[in-house]
Design a protein around this ligand. Structure first.
Ligand code: PLP
Length: 424
């Protein structure tokens, strides 16, 4: 039985103070204002704060908790590895790394037999950009407006939101951002100098934006015509989140390079990856196998978690579960939308990557606050505050979805009433 702090209020006050004094004062103030507590314990689809209050996790750590919190098979694999060898010597062969790379080759779309492991999504994108440049011998890239690829300098250069980019100019040269979903714009930007197109199959932080069915296949053909590579960033969409193994599977497209992170560590270990074809790998690493390295990348603990994660997704049928539960969740949300059409603009998604777009950002913010007060965690998308994202663990049950829907409906109603009061 878990022991919560004896004096949870003092415990919470202390952590908030430390966050304010030593981590991020601005963020701590916003969190305090939103009434958020200190997370203390987590299991399955739930998180408990230090006061013992239980929350249904419909945010899933921005897509990290595909397997929920502390999945026993992932925890067990990590514990066993921890007792043997958690970190690599870096000079000997590393079995979990080799086995996970093989497993990835089996599940990845198309023919992408080679994988490099790193520690986060942004690092995966950095590696993918380097690969695209080295393979093609070109440096310019097309990416999309509203995209999110991470916040280190290379991935930030690819990301499509000015407020995060502007303070750090000049970023990597040669990135052109075209509107997402607009094939004509991508075609107009394409030249013989372009190394590749990088995009998310469904924009996550951009507001759960889904392109038309022919968009990705046409980009694929465009890249082929210009000897450019198609880089898909599946850090958020990958590994069952969208009701298919990968976002590109929704569109029947095979990428040249794919990035993963978030759920690859099963919500237990941080790990990212980028994978590519043999031709790309030989060009990138052939003349210098140490051209791209990472001390922690490919460490045994993270790779043990990765192997267990892919096995759990397979053995528990989580891809199908994501598809079915996603449909159920979206049907419920659309029923609520029809009751509040002036408030909720649209419900969209694939699998359990769901966006609820409000007519105004305030509506969404108030609804999220109400949901958290009522015991359901949700958040808006980083590049589009009008959209709440719903990305629960893939094993969420119908009963849990019913509870989340009930809380969403109540919170939307309360937010509407509050706004009417404020306007009066
Ligand atoms: C599509 C995509 N790429 C990259 C990243 C960056 O991942 P990380 O935060 O692990 O660096 C994210 C994070 O949200 C993402 O959604």
């Amino acid at each position: 039985m878990i022991q919560f702090p004896e004096n949870p209020e003092a415990y919470t006050d202390e952590i908030v103070r430390l966050m304010e004094q030593h981590v991020n004062p601005g963020l701590a103030r916003v969190m305090r204002f939103a009434g958020l507590g200190v997370e203390f314990y987590a299991e399955g689809c739930y998180v408990w704060d230090a006061e013992g209050k239980k929350f249904l996790d419909c945010l899933g750590g921005y897509g990290m908790f595909a397997l929920g919190h502390r999945h026993p098979k992932v925890v067990e694999a990590v514990k066993q590895q921890l007792d043997r060898m958690p970190m690599p010597s870096k000079i000997m062969f590393n079995a979990p790394q080799a086995r996970l790379a093989e497993k990835m080759a089996q599940v990845l779309p198309g023919n992408l037999p080679f994988t490099f492991f790193c520690n986060s999504g942004t690092e995966a994108v950095e590696g993918a950009i380097k690969l695209a440049r080295k393979y093609t011998g070109k440096h310019k890239m097309i990416s999309t407006v509203g995209s999110y690829h991470g916040k280190t300098m290379g991935s930030l250069s690819a990301s499509g939101r000015e407020i995060y980019r502007k303070p750090f100019d000049p970023l990597l040269p040669g990135f052109e951002h075209v509107p997402f979903g607009d094939y004509a714009a991508a075609e107009a930007a394409m030249t013989d100098e372009i190394a590749g197109i990088i995009l998310e199959p469904i924009q996550g932080e951009g507001g759960i934006r889904i392109p038309d069915d022919d968009y990705m296949p046409r980009l694929r053909a465009l890249c082929d015509r210009y000897n450019a590579v198609l880089v898909v960033d599946e850090v958020q969409t990958g590994l069952g989140r969208v009701g298919k193994w990968f976002g590109v599977d929704l569109f029947g497209v095979q990428p040249d390079i794919i990035t993963l992170a978030k759920s690859l560590g099963g919500g237990v270990m941080p790990i990212g990856s980028f994978s590519a074809s043999e031709a790309i790998w030989v060009e990138a690493f052939g003349d210098n196998p140490l051209i791209h390295t990472s001390t922690f990348g490919g460490n045994e603990l993270a790779c043990a978690a990765g192997i267990a994660t892919v096995e759990v997704i397979e053995s528990e049928g989580l891809v199908q579960q994501s598809h079915e539960m996603g449909d159920y969740f979206m049907r419920g949300l659309r029923d609520i939308q029809t009751q509040h059409p002036d408030f909720v603009k649209e419900v969209r998604g694939r699998g359990l990557m769901i966006g609820v777009e409000f007519h105004e950002a305030d509506y969404g913010e108030l609804t999220i606050t109400g949901m958290i007060q009522r015991g359901v965690i949700a958040a808006y998308t980083l590049n589009n505050p009008k959209v709440i994202r719903i990305e629960p663990p893939l094993m969420i049950s119908r009963e849990e979805i019913d509870f989340a829907l009930h809380v969403f409906a109540e919170s939307a109603q309360a937010a509407k009433e509050l706004l009417v009061e404020v306007m009066a």
